[in-house]
Write a protein that binds this ligand. Structure first.
Ligand code: SF4
Length: 136
């Protein structure tokens, strides 16, 4: 697993856009399967991915967190993972899943290992996700 360069906190539930990172795939059971390494999203991927259902419903993408620029920001934190953790029962002994962006993940910075247990249940809600600039 390649480490990401240091940088701004990343939203792990971003949009499919050039310059973002592909970090996971929605599995057949609806749970997210994280990729061992984040893959840069290029224009060709964006074109192809938009030919089917909304790519954000089939994949998970990461890009710089927009904080107060996003409808999910509650003033000090991202409300998405707080909402998820309110309904997902946490297991004290659960192992962290392999994740390519943990060192810069907004949700992990907020909620630690619990965020990674709830993360698998999140399919991006396009209605409330901010327009995110490219990572690179
Ligand atoms: S919440 Fe955990 S598993 Fe999900 S993207 Fe962040 S670090 Fe990775």
């Amino acid at each position: 697993m390649a480490a990401l360069p240091r940088g701004a906190p990343l939203c792990p539930s971003s949009t499919c856009a050039e310059g973002h990172l592909l970090i996971g795939v929605v599995g057949s059971g609806g749970l997210i399967q994280l990729l061992p390494d984040a893959l840069p999203v290029d224009a060709g991927f964006v074109d192809t991915a938009h030919k089917g259902r909304a790519p954000e419903k089939r994949f998970r993408f990461a890009s710089p967190c927009q904080a107060a620029g996003c409808a999910q920001w509650t003033g000090q934190r991202c409300g998405v993972i707080d909402s998820v953790l309110a309904v997902v029962p946490l297991q004290a002994e659960a192992e962290l899943p392999g994740c390519s962006i943990r060192g810069r993940c907004r949700w992990f910075a907020q909620s630690g290992a619990g965020a990674c247990q709830g993360c698998a249940y999140v399919v991006t809600d396009l209605g409330t996700t901010a327009a995110h600039p490219a990572l690179i």
